[in-house]
Design a protein around this ligand. Structure first.
Ligand SMILES: NC(=O)c1ccc[n+]([C@@H]2O[C@H](COP(=O)([O-])OP(=O)(O)OC[C@H]3O[C@@H](n4cnc5c(N)ncnc54)[C@H](O)[C@@H]3O)[C@@H](O)[C@H]2O)c1
Length: 349
């Protein structure tokens, strides 16, 4: 039998049960510790999924049975916790966004490299059957030369949602609004499927949530190195959570994703890709991929291979968001590679 990797889960809030459940069910992971600044949350999680609950992060770092740490805390403390875990010799899997500024992301990537540890970032939607099928169609050249992509996200986050926890809706702690929290998954899909980004031009505003600091509505135009154009729209002040629409067009065909289904149309012939298992015990808009991403991550650790969605990928998705803020605040089209190199971040609308 394969050996089990000991894992600690840090941050036992809304997303944590998805991680804990996967860690319990996967045959090669064991939840050794759960940790939250609110001790009862850590203890409840441990009771249900295993391990020892604590409110002491140092205890997690000092435990030799903990080989990997999963960070599921609010955005503003991802960088600090990830760096501490890496410096203590632990592999890390961090929830999106990996950080809220480029400098922190770079330090996280270089620390992992220097320590010979793996740093993974959660973007579970890449593991949906629909996303995989579209990626494969592009890589096989079925769509021909890629010309453009468009994505349309209209979701609902209520005023109550923003009152749930003090970090939500703030520049300092959430690091942004609909883009950095919800739409970052779709931005990540765009960069994964379209490749290197040249420029970003965006407009972000607060439209439907007067009591938050950050944007709840945004649009952007991305120019890609392959010459294609990406058109992007997102808001979280629509009355309902509607399925995300995503399309890639090439000169031979196109691929459309609506929620978790893909339609791939090549030379007028169309084929559908649907998820194999329908059952979801968590909101469908979170996607079904956490368990699959965790399985990939820990299999890579066991094989000593690089993880699939690494810090560099996580940084690009995060920088797409931050460059949109910079473009919106200055009115300028941003050179994306320069933005990552020089990092001129601007918070504010
Ligand atoms: N991948 C997805 O689809 C998805 C969905 C929802 C949330 N998320 C991400 O998961 C992360 C957590 O979001 P959430 O909705 O679960 O938030 P949450 O506020 O419900 O939970 C965060 C938990 O972290 C704890 N915490 C805060 N600071 C801590 C610290 N220093 N050490 C240990 N624990 C600490 C809080 O007490 C809380 O229990 C965010 O990065 C969010 O963007 C991802």
């Amino acid at each position: 039998m394969e050996r089990k990797i000991g894992v600690a889960l840090v941050g036992c809030g809304r997303i944590a049960p998805l991680h804990a459940k996967a860690l319990k069910e996967l045959p090669f992971t064991e939840l050794v510790m759960t940790m939250d600044v609110i001790r009862e949350r850590a203890e409840e999680m441990a009771k249900e999924y295993g391990g020892k609950g604590t409110d002491d992060f140092q205890e997690v770092l000092a435990n030799p049975e903990v080989e990997a740490v999963e960070i599921c805390t609010p955005h503003y403390n991802h960088a600090r916790l990830v760096l501490a875990a890496l410096n203590a010799g632990k592999h890390v899997l961090v929830e999106k966004p990996m950080a809220i500024n480029v400098e922190d992301a770079k330090e996280m990537i270089s620390t992992a490299q220097n320590k010979g540890l793996q740093l993974g970032v959660i973007f579970q939607n890449r593991y949906n059957e629909a996303s995989r099928a579209v990626k494969e169609a592009i890589e096989k050249g079925e769509l021909g030369q890629i010309r453009g992509a468009r994505a349309f996200l209209t979701w609902h986050r209520s005023d109550e949602y923003y009152k749930l926890d003090p970090w939500r809706g703030t520049w300092a702690q959430e690091g942004g609004g609909v883009l950095i929290n919800q739409a970052i998954h779709t931005l990540d899909l765009m960069q994964w499927l379209m490749g290197e980004i040249k420029t970003v031009s965006a407009s972000c505003r607060r439209w439907g949530h007067p009591h938050i600091e950050v944007e709840d509505t945004a649009e952007a135009y991305f120019r890609f190195a392959n010459g294609a154009l990406g058109c992007f729209y997102a808001n979280n002040c629509y009355p309902t959570d509607e399925p995300i629409f995503f399309e890639i067009t090439g000169d031979r065909g196109k691929a459309q994703i609506l929620a978790d289904r893909a339609t791939i149309i090549i030379d007028g012939e169309s084929r559908e890709v649907k998820p194999q298992a329908e059952s979801v015990s968590h909101p469908a808009y979170w996607g079904r991929g956490h368990q699959i991403q965790l399985a990939h991550f820990y299999q890579s650790l066991l094989k000593g291979e690089a993880v699939e969605i690494d810090g560099r990928s996580g940084m690009v998705a995060m920088a797409m968001v931050l460059s949109m803020y910079a473009s919106s605040a200055t009115g300028a089209e941003i050179d994306f590679q320069q933005f990552i190199k020089g990092s001129h971040e601007v918070n504010g609308l």
